[in-house]
Structures are given as C-alpha cells and as structure tokens.
Design a protein around this ligand. Structure first.
Ligand code: AMP
Ligand code: MG
Length: 335
C-alpha cells in the first residue's frame, strides 16, 4: 500500500486567511477561506488584517479539519507562507503553524507564496512548464522556470495591478459587499463605450501603474468622463501592458503554456486577451478557477508537501517570516 502524505497549509500574507488540506496524490480535502474586509472606502490596514487572522485562525483550522473528514492526527505536515506579504499578517500564520507543529508533533515547512501559486496551477491545470502571469492585490509578476529557479521575467516597479484597480474603484466611489473591487470595475467596464487614451507604461520587461492611477484619478475628478468609460479604458490599457510582457516572456523562453493566476486572474477580459495572445503562439492557456487562483491555503499545503517529499526541511529556528521573500531565492530540485 502506498502511504499518502497529508499536508495542511496556512496562508495569511494579506487580507485572506486560508487553510487548505491536500494529500500527496493532489486530492484537495479542504479549502477554507476567510476574508478581512476593511471599512468602506479604505484599504487593507496590516495590523487590523492580522487581528482578523488571529481572531479566526482556530475556527478556520477547525472548519478545514471538519471539511476534510480527517482527524488532526492524520495530518503529516504543517506548511505556511514565509513571504512575501504583510509582516503582521505573515507573523500570525507562522505562529499558528509553529503552534500546530508543536502540539501535533508534525514537521513544518515554510514556503514562498508566488511559487505556491505556480505549483497549484501546474497541478490543477495539468501543466508542465508554463509562463505564469501572477496578478493580485499584492503582486504583479511574470514568472517562468529556468535552470533550477523560478525567475521573475517582469514585474511591477511600483504598485500591484490589483491595488491600482482597488484604489481607482475607491476613488470612483464604487463598492459592493459581495464582490471584490476588481469585479465591480469589470462590470462597469463592460458598459463602457469609448476608449479614453491613458498612458501605457512598460520599462524593459517591467510595468508601472502608479502614474496611470494618478492619471485616471485626475480624469475622474474632472468629471468629464463616465466611470464606465474610465473603467473600460483603464482595464484595456493595464491588461494590454500585462499581456505584452507575458508575450515577450513566452516568445523568449519558447515555452508552450501560459498560466494566469492571482485574484485579478478572475477577470474575463484579461483572460480573453491572454488567450488570444497565447493561441497566436500556438501555446495553450490556463486560467484557474477563482477558488485556487485567489490566495488560498491549498496552494501552500501543496507546495509544502512537494518540497517535503523532495527532501526540503525547515528547522524550527528558521520558521521566521520574510516580507520580501523572492521566488528566485528558492533553489528548485523537483523539476
Ligand atoms: P488576491 O490578492 O490574489 O487575493 O486578489 C485580490 C485582488 O484581485 C484585488 O485587487 C481584487 O480587486 C482583484 N480582483 C478580484 N476579482 C477581480 C476581477 N474580476 N477583475 C479584476 N480584478 C479582480
Ligand atoms: Mg497571492
């Protein structure tokens, strides 16, 4: 009989608290997520988000165990996000992981968040070697594997694309208690009719959104344009930038798969543009379902398990967090 290893992952790098459980055959046994909602009109406050995570941590772990129909004694490994992310939020996850590891007497594995996004994408999308566009509230990167590491081919030099959308939406007075801001903007954009020229900012392989955000915020204040047209123009511009950098990474690496992940990957227009570009290179395109594209504990559990099975170990003393943990810092031996 083959012994299945079971990993529990804790994700708490930003506003989402995720607890996931997965086994070594890649079967997802639980995916619990709780999202901190900042007060109307404001962004994520790291300390308040971390207090939310502390408050709901035990409950989320219990829910995940119940969902998995396992007993906690059947969990073999505790994985958690080492970084990158917001310090206070990451710390809550690391402390919870250490506590579980000590009380359940199970090993710990500290993992890199962007690599976890890629590895869960490779698993559920059945991909072997994708160029990955990772677009979220806290990150914007084009990544691909090369010579033992996941390399960042291009990234934002200032704010993440999701943050640009979120701040634009708040400045426009948009909000919805059931939908993330990016989705609200997507719906507004679908009603837009006229493209308003907006700066298009690519530097080498990197993108920049802060000047664009200032520009569209001024256009908003001028009240000359509708929110629908501004949302449409903003989306078309920033998504075209992302597609351009992804396309250049694809052409350079000659890979045959493109994966889009992160919260912004839920956007249908972005997926449509990426798919068109990908197909023009005879490559295949994969957009994950929101459940596994948005920050989640399953991806952390899975990467921890992959690493553990390939001989990686995290000493208890090394379970510190790293807010600026780069994917290139991890030497990959499983590919
Ligand atoms: P994450 O940081 O991966 O949890 O993703 C959160 C980000 O995804 C936020 O900036 C959201 O506004 C954004 N987002 C969620 N849904 C959409 C959507 N349909 N279109 C664009 N952005 C979205
Ligand atoms: Mg993320």
């Amino acid at each position: 009989m083959i012994y299945l290893m079971i990993s529990l992952g804790i994700e708490s790098s930003a506003d989402k608290l995720g607890i996931g459980i997965i086994n070594s055959e890649g079967v997802i046994l639980a995916n619990v997520r709780k999202t901190y909602k900042p007060p109307h009109g404001s962004g994520i406050h790291p300390r308040e988000a971390s207090e939310f995570h502390s408050t709901y941590m035990a409950q989320a772990i219990d829910e995940a165990i119940v969902e998995s129909r396992l007993d906690s004694s059947q969990i073999d490994l505790i994985s958690f996000t080492k970084g990158p992310g917001l310090g206070p939020c990451l710390r809550v996850g690391a402390v919870a992981a250490r506590t579980l590891s000590l009380s359940w007497r199970k090993p710990l594995m500290a993992v890199n968040h962007p690599i976890a996004h890629i590895e869960i994408g490779r698993l559920v999308g059945n991909l072997s070697d994708p160029v990955c566009l990772y677009v979220s509230g806290g990150n914007t990167q084009v990544l691909a594997y090369s010579e033992g590491r996941y390399r960042v081919f291009g990234e934002t030099i200032d704010i993440p694309v999701g943050n640009c959308l979120d701040v634009f939406g708040r400045n426009a007075g948009l909000s919805d208690k059931d939908f993330p801001m990016g989705r609200v903007i997507e719906l507004e954009a679908s009603k837009g009719k006229e493209y308003i020229p907006i700066p298009y900012v690519i530097k080498g392989m990197d993108v920049s959104f802060s000047g664009i955000l200032t520009h569209v915020s001024r256009l908003l204040e001028s009240k000359e344009y509708s929110i629908q047209d501004l949302s449409f123009s903003l989306q078309e511009t920033i998504f075209a930038m992302l597609v351009e950098v992804t396309e250049r990474a694809l052409a350079h690496t000659k890979k045959t798969e493109v994966l889009v992940t992160g919260g912004v990957a839920s956007n249908n227009r972005l997926k449509e543009m990426l798919e068109k570009m990908t197909l023009s290179h005879n490559a295949s395109f994969e957009g994950l379902k929101a459940d596994l594209a948005i920050d989640n504990g399953v991806m952390i559990a899975w990467l921890g398990l992959v690493m553990h099975q390939n001989g990686y170990r995290t000493d208890f003393e090394d379970t510190i967090i790293d807010q600026h943990f780069r994917p290139e810092d991890v030497l990959i031996n499983w590919r």
